[in-house]
Design a protein around this ligand. Structure first.
Ligand SMILES: Cc1cc2nc3c(=O)[nH]c(=O)nc-3n(C[C@H](O)[C@H](O)[C@H](O)COP(=O)(O)OP(=O)(O)OC[C@H]3O[C@@H](n4cnc5c(N)ncnc54)[C@H](O)[C@@H]3O)c2cc1C
Ligand SMILES: *[C@@H]1O[C@H](CO)[C@@H](O)[C@H](O)[C@H]1NC(C)=O
Ligand SMILES: *[C@@H]1O[C@H](CO)[C@@H](O)[C@H](O)[C@H]1NC(C)=O
Ligand SMILES: *[C@@H]1O[C@H](CO)[C@@H](O)[C@H](O)[C@H]1NC(C)=O
Ligand SMILES: *[C@@H]1O[C@H](CO)[C@@H](O)[C@H](O)[C@H]1NC(C)=O
Ligand SMILES: *[C@@H]1O[C@H](CO)[C@@H](O)[C@H](O)[C@H]1NC(C)=O
Ligand SMILES: *[C@@H]1O[C@H](CO)[C@@H](O)[C@H](O)[C@H]1NC(C)=O
Length: 650
């Protein structure tokens, strides 16, 4: 009672302010705050969800603006009429229709205090910012290239280029920190209900909605100016099911929360004595962007893509409803989310995925530099001959033996003429070292013959976790002076000798101006699996990422040229040897020409029709996502679309 009378006083004291919200409690008008407004969630089958009953109860409290959280079928005609105001662009901060402070307050109360107003991660380095803190700034600068720095922040992303670089910690001394492509608010998700509230709110207010898990996305898909962000990083549950038996699969499986990262998945799989399909880098979100975009893995040549492992998906749809999708229920959604891309069909809360029996792994790593100086291991002609010999034998490895050949070639960093080639690693899952050595013996002999005398480090383990921890690189992220693109080169290029020669000649040309990250891997169709993964993965033998960079001192013209080089030089060359194939949407060029064909091939039409059906409001939008072509971001260079601008209909 004491609490009630205190809040009553408070309510009358602030009654004149725009931000005052009240509720009716036992016939009394009291201030709406965390003591008086119940969190909008109820427990249904182990999840805290938002229901029609809860919204009805909140409405009966006479709390203002509750209709902004309604499901679409419960909006009355007055509220629906408001939708006619939503033309042109998404509502942006400063617009008349931008929700008032008091409305954000209601949202915060309903989510149990999970709403976070964005403070750009770099602001601690800006001497003119209220958040300036020299120690925190130093710490941030020291850990800037580590993925955890950005994953643990509600809004930071690992490709600052696409945020617009408006608050880089490195520029704190002389610049001004601005929000740029960061969202205005984020919800720190711990329940399904909070996701439902955020989706309903964004849809009903026409505020741009984005989803951020770790922020690894290469194209700015987890950023967005003026947006509300659903931040899923803290959904960390992992459940092991030893005997999963449904939808035609019998065997071990794992149910993974939306925030689980690759390293957490691998550690759990090791603990239960199984092997999981995930990416190479530790910090990537498994059921976030990775699986939804397809997901390539050290295990892909054996077990297929990440998306091929999925048995069931729990997801909140654009209409705010929480559903389970599998082979027999909501099968269109189940098909689309496995490869159709993140931030398109709703927010996945968890997925159940197949895991595989523990097995043996062998492989090698090496680091070789070419040139004429004392640092070089081999001459450049020997280096190129060896690379060519390796490329020519690709069908013998990934396709025939299930190998994962992961290496990169780049011009020497020290400015000397020549290249560096690094294996990180060549991994042979399910293969003993003796057998691996036998498979690659002809290549090693050829290397020796051309003067490529290197001594790789060879190894063998009886589990996946150890080689993954010991022989894979630590990811470095947040390089803001880099554009990337990718291409899937089909196995058929190896079937025709003239085409193979053309392929090799083209790769050698591309290598002169771009770093090549190379994956000899296949993503074959798996028996009984039908999903939206890019059909080009099914034909793939050589997946390539290209990168083109610049420095802080580069001129505007140089930066433009480096950006364009990815699309119109390296990209164009790679397209010329793989017509009709595609690119991997998760590691793509933001300006990929005809991205619909390139990312999804013949699956695009069905994906678009499912998108239009489940999200007629375009509540979900991300650059290059399915259906994204109907919108654009204002204030952009023709050669670089960042998320620092308004999202408007074309
Ligand atoms: C260092 C590094 C290494 C990588 N290694 C690999 C690799 O080995 N194999 C591979 O296939 N890819 C790899 N990738 C690419 C990676 O798969 C993508 O960047 C992927 O989008 C990351 O997903 P995320 O959820 O961690 O990132 P985020 O940037 O948080 O999200 C990516 C996209 O998914 C959406 N999204 C996130 N969570 C959800 C959700 N729960 N529901 C709906 N949409 C959601 C976001 O809105 C965004 O559009 C790598 C990337 C980097 C930077
Ligand atoms: C929120 O409620 C207030 C008070 O009823 C009303 O004036 C305002 O228009 C509402 N805001 C929205 C965005 O509906
Ligand atoms: C429709 O909703 C508006 C806003 O919430 C409310 O003022 C009005 O009374 C409602 N009308 C009906 C018929 O329920
Ligand atoms: C987000 O919520 C989790 C609980 O789910 C909490 O541990 C964490 O501190 C919160 N993070 C921020 C930045 O609010
Ligand atoms: C290395 O030396 C050879 C001849 O000695 C010369 O032809 C070649 O251009 C040099 N290569 C580099 C990369 O410097
Ligand atoms: C190349 O040379 C460097 C040092 O000169 C050496 O550390 C490295 O092991 C060599 N690489 C191979 C594969 O032999
Ligand atoms: C391909 O290149 C190799 C090596 O350069 C050459 O021997 C062969 O004749 C070429 N084949 C065709 C069909 O051009």
């Amino acid at each position: 009672m004491a609490v009630l009378s205190r809040t009553l006083l408070l309510a009358s004291a602030v009654a004149g302010l725009a931000s005052a919200q009240t509720i009716l409690s036992n016939g009394q008008v009291v201030a709406a705050d965390e003591n008086t407004v119940p969190v909008a969630a109820e427990s249904v089958k182990d999840e805290l969800v938002l229901t029609d009953d809860i919204l009805a109860e909140l409405t009966s409290l006479k709390l203002s603006n509750i209709s902004l959280f309604s499901f679409p079928e419960n909006l009355n005609s007055t509220e629906n009429d408001r939708r006619s105001l939503f033309t042109g662009c998404k509502t942006f901060p400063g617009d008349n229709l931008w929700p008032l402070q008091s409305v954000w307050k209601v949202f915060n109360l309903l989510t149990g205090g999970a709403l976070i107003k964005t403070v750009p991660i770099g602001s601690v380095c800006y001497t003119n910012s209220e958040h300036y803190d020299a120690d925190k700034c130093q710490d941030l600068l020291d850990h800037w290239t580590e993925s955890i720095t950005h994953a643990d922040d509600p809004t930071s992303v690992m490709s600052p280029l696409f945020q617009g670089k408006t608050c880089m910690p490195q520029n704190g001394d002389d610049g001004t920190c601005e929000l740029g492509g960061f969202p205005s608010y984020a919800v720190n998700i711990s329940t399904v209900a909070q996701i439902q509230l955020a989706i309903n709110f964004a849809r009903n207010t026409n505020v741009r909605l984005i989803v951020k898990n770790t922020g690894h996305d290469f194209l700015g898909k987890s950023a967005g100016a003026g947006a509300l962000s659903i931040w899923t990083h803290n959904l960390k549950t992992i459940e092991y099911v030893e005997h999963h038996n449904s939808c035609g699969y019998t065997g071990p499986a794992m149910k993974l929360g939306a925030g689980v990262e690759v390293g957490e998945l691998y550690a759990a799989a090791d603990k239960y004595g199984v092997a999981a399909v995930g990416g190479e880098c530790k910090g990537v979100g498994v059921v976030g962007g990775y699986i939804q975009g397809g997901g390539h893995s050290p295990h892909s040549s054996l077990y297929g893509m990440g998306a091929d492992q999925v048995l069931s998906i729990d997801i909140v749809l654009p209409n705010g409803r929480f559903i389970t999708a599998d082979k027999n229920h909501n099968s269109d959604i189940f098909w689309a989310v496995r490869g159709g891309g993140g931030s398109t069909f709703g927010v996945v809360t968890s997925m159940t995925v197949k895991v595989h029996p523990k097995t043996v792994y062998s492989g090698l790593t090496f680091y070789v530099t070419s040139g004429n100086d004392s640092l070089a291991n081999v001459t450049t002609p020997a280096f190129i001959a060896a690379l060519e010999a390796y490329w020519r034998r690709f069908p013998d490895y990934a396709a025939a033996e299930g190998h994962y050949g992961y290496s990169s070639v780049y011009p020497r960093f020290d400015g000397q003429a020549g290249y560096t080639w690094q294996f990180h690693p060549w991994l042979a899952p399910g293969v003993k070292l003796a057998d691996f050595k036998e498979t690659i013996a002809p290549l090693l002999a050829e290397w020796e013959a051309v003067g490529f005398t290197v001594e790789p480090e060879f190894w063998e383990y009886d589990n996946f976790l150890q080689p993954w921890q010991s022989h894979f690189p630590t990811e470095t992220v947040a390089n803001s002076n880099l554009r990337t693109g990718s291409r899937l080169i089909p196995a058929k290029n190896w079937e025709d000798p003239a085409m193979l020669n053309k392929t090799i000649a083209t790769l050698e040309e591309v290598m002169q101006s771009s770093a090549l990250i190379m994956y000899n891997m296949v993503g074959k169709e798996q028996a009984g699996v039908d999903n939206a993964v890019n059909p080009a993965w099914r034909e793939n033998l050589f997946y390539i990422i290209v990168g083109s960079g610049w420095t802080d001192d580069s001129t505007a013209a140089e930066i433009e040229a480096a950006n364009k080089a990815i699309t119109y030089n390296a990209g164009a060359k790679l397209r010329s040897i793989s017509e009709g194939a595609g690119s991997y949407l998760n590691e793509a060029d933001i300006a990929e020409p005809n991205f619909q064909q390139s990312f999804w091939g013949t699956n695009y039409d069905r994906l678009l029709s499912i998108k239009n059906q489940v999200d007629p409001w375009d509540t979900f939008w991300a650059p290059t996502a399915v259906g994204s072509e109907g919108w654009y971001i204002t204030r952009q260079e023709s050669w670089l679309e960042t998320q620092n601008g308004r999202l408007c209909r074309k």
